[in-house]
Design a protein around this ligand. Structure first.
Ligand SMILES: Cc1cc2nc3c(=O)[nH]c(=O)nc-3n(C[C@H](O)[C@H](O)[C@H](O)COP(=O)(O)O)c2cc1C
Length: 156
């Protein structure tokens, strides 16, 4: 199974969360790569079985500018066999807490096979490590379900 983690981070919180998720994947026998958004080619989405998007939230619950290209690439791709997940950090001081995660979630649910979402308040804390493990498990489980289903279809 080939997985990409693609994230954006200015002050490091989302990068830290992306790292936690990356290290969780390493505990499973999967091929996982981690990319800063500027190093990821949106045209390569189809090369992966699963993509986990990491984003902070900007403005009034907005997606950061550098993440829009990726957002539109998912929309155009429209692949229900691509397992996706979105995670992010935000600050509950703002009315739209982790609003960018919600916006990605709604789009990914329509255009891909969305398996999990995860919101973390600023820098990940102890309790978030367990939540990250669950996030990773949900992605792996969804991929297994898709594989099982397509094998079944093949037999019929
Ligand atoms: C100008 C500005 C606007 C922000 N707007 C929101 C917001 O609407 N919702 C939210 O949850 N967090 C908001 N935040 C908080 C950041 O998303 C949060 O600090 C995040 O952890 C930053 O991630 P990073 O360290 O990966 O860059 C805002 C921060 C700034 C500076």
């Amino acid at each position: 199974m080939k997985i990409a983690i693609v994230y954006s981070s200015v002050t490091g919180n989302t990068r830290e969360l992306a790292d936690v998720i990356y290290r969780n994947f390493l505990g499973h026998s999967v091929d996982v790569m981690i990319y800063k958004i500027e190093d990821f080619r949106s045209s390569s989405l189809n090369h992966f079985d699963a993509v986990a998007v990491g984003t902070y939230t900007w403005g009034d619950g907005e997606i950061p500018r550098e993440m829009w290209k990726l957002y539109h690439a998912f929309e155009r791709l429209g692949n229900k066999d691509l397992v996706t997940a979105v995670f992010g950090t935000g600050d509950s001081f703002y009315p739209k807490y982790c609003g960018a995660v919600d916006l990605f979630r709604d789009m990914l649910y329509v255009h891909t096979n969305l398996a999990a979402t995860l919101k973390v308040e600023l820098l990940p804390q102890i309790q978030d490590f367990q939540r990250s493990q669950q996030f990773v498990k949900s992605i792996l489980q969804r991929h297994n379900d898709i594989e099982k289903y397509s094998n079944l279809k093949f037999k019929i």
